[in-house]
Write a protein that binds this ligand. Structure first.
Ligand SMILES: *[C@@H]1O[C@H](CO)[C@@H](O)[C@H](O)[C@H]1NC(C)=O
Ligand SMILES: *[C@@H]1O[C@H](CO)[C@@H](O)[C@H](O)[C@H]1NC(C)=O
Ligand SMILES: *[C@@H]1O[C@H](CO)[C@@H](O)[C@H](O)[C@H]1NC(C)=O
Ligand SMILES: *[C@@H]1O[C@H](CO)[C@@H](O)[C@H](O)[C@H]1NC(C)=O
Ligand SMILES: *[C@@H]1O[C@H](CO)[C@@H](O)[C@H](O)[C@H]1NC(C)=O
Length: 390
């Protein structure tokens, strides 16, 4: 009876935590039936009749070779030289799950939606946030595991609030200050951030220049960029350099010029729309402005093979512009300005900085809130914990 209650409570907890995570699903076919670019994955999935033991469920269509499936069952195998027994012998019932985990990782052709690029010596891609079924996750069910879960669960429920390390922070990058703070004299388009900014006055001035000290970036790489268009790029630079509200979208990277980047910042759809409209008639030669330039003259020029065309040739839609130009730093939101659910590139500081609320909202969903109203659950969890401790 009590055992059953534990199960139910735990499942409720896990379900609540999962339910709180926002996910937008799209059937992008390039994410279906694919293998990750990693150490042992095949380039494409295909049948493998002889897959070994626990990996055999994937034999109709797999990203692993027979050899990989065999190695997945070994200790300190050729795959990663990983020693499961680093604290004495791992129990067989436990090891089975690690083998199964390895089979899923190596063999599954169905994890495309969760592939992310990484810059690691041993793999170019990884999986991130694969939504593992709750029963698979909880079936390692002996009492100590339950207890651990419950402790973590109680802690999570009790402390459900924004992860403060995601709020009011500056990224570790080329010109960002270490911590945000007031900057009374921020220049022109960057001035909305003056109450609290990650940029220095110098950075805010440089953000308004052509081929500035910041990145030596040449906006006019296909003839003069129209002023109305450049206006948006300056604002984009101000947001990037000055905003202390982008913590939820900071990711580590291994680049020579920065240790962190932004990924998928949910830009308000109107801010993207007007950016695109004002830039449509300017010219460029590339879709991704992060890579592939010719820097021999000290600033970026179009590589020989890249022809200059109107913006709407390289960026047919607003989303193409905002998402692609800085390699997915932005992901245009379906939400609009004032919704509290998307980041505004433009705002009137007289009304405060609307992005503070947005950061709080996403930091909260990322830390498994939505459990705020879970008082009965909290109570149940504590009773269960007391019972287990007995
Ligand atoms: C798998 O391949 C590696 C490298 O080719 C080899 O060292 C290893 O012995 C093979 N494992 C099996 C089980 O055949
Ligand atoms: C990966 O890191 C190496 C070494 O730091 C660097 O040369 C390379 O440009 C990086 N690649 C990407 C895609 O960030
Ligand atoms: C970053 O890349 C360098 C050079 O490739 C490597 O030595 C270092 O370990 C990498 N760091 C991380 C965190 O991947
Ligand atoms: C900003 O600082 C850099 C390096 O200290 C300097 O070269 C540049 O002239 C400064 N820019 C402004 C506008 O003061
Ligand atoms: C890079 O630009 C220089 C001139 O600025 C040119 O001589 C060279 O051929 C260009 N290289 C490539 C790869 O486009």
């Amino acid at each position: 009876m009590a055992w059953r209650m534990t199960q139910l409570l735990l499942l409720a907890l896990v379900a609540a935590a999962r339910g709180a995570q926002p996910r937008i699903s799209q059937a992008r076919t390039d994410r279906l039936n694919v293998c990750m670019d990693a150490k042992h994955h095949k380039t494409k999935p295909g049948p493998e009749d002889k897959l070994h033991d626990q990996c055999s469920p994937w034999k109709k269509n797999a990203c692993c070779s027979v050899n990989t499936s065999q190695e997945a069952h070994k200790d300190i195998s050729y795959l990663y030289r990983f020693n499961w027994d680093h604290c004495g012998k791992m129990k067989p019932a436990c090891k089975r799950h690690f083998i199964q985990d390895t089979c899923l990782y190596e063999c599954s052709p169905n994890l495309g939606p969760w592939i992310q690029e990484v810059n690691q010596s041993w793999r170019k891609e990884r999986f991130l946030n694969v939504p593992l079924c709750k029963e698979d996750w909880t079936s390692m069910a002996w009492k100590t595991t339950w207890l651990l879960f419950l402790l973590v669960g109680v802690a999570a429920v009790w402390t459900a609030r924004p992860r403060t390390e995601l709020l009011n922070v500056c990224m570790n990058a080329k010109h960002h200050k270490e911590k945000p703070g007031p900057e009374d004299k921020l220049h022109e388009q960057c001035s909305p951030w003056k109450k609290n900014a990650c940029c220095s006055v110098n950075t805010s001035q440089e953000a308004h220049k052509d081929i500035s000290y910041l990145y030596r970036f040449n906006w006019d790489h296909c003839g003069k960029m129209k002023p109305a268009c450049k206006h948006h790029f300056i604002q984009d630079t101000c947001l990037y350099e000055c905003s202390p509200n982008l913590g939820p979208w900071i990711q580590e990277v291994n680049q020579s010029w920065r240790k962190e980047r932004f990924l998928n910042v949910p830009l308000c759809k109107e801010d993207c729309q007007i950016w695109w409209e004002d830039c449509r008639t300017s010219y460029t030669c590339k879709t991704n402005w992060h890579k592939g330039w010719n820097w021999t003259s000290g600033y970026n020029q179009c590589p020989v093979r890249a022809a200059c065309h109107r913006f709407d040739f390289y960026f047919p839609t607003p989303a193409a512009l905002c998402n692609e130009i800085w390699s997915h730093s932005y992901k245009v939101s379906n939400y609009g300005r004032g919704s509290g659910r998307c980041i505004q590139m433009w705002f009137d500081p007289a009304q405060g900085n609307p992005n503070e609320e947005v950061a709080r909202f996403y930091a909260e969903t990322m830390s498994g809130a939505g459990l705020h109203e879970a008082w009965p659950l909290r109570f149940g969890l504590v009773l269960m914990l007391l019972w287990l401790l007995n």
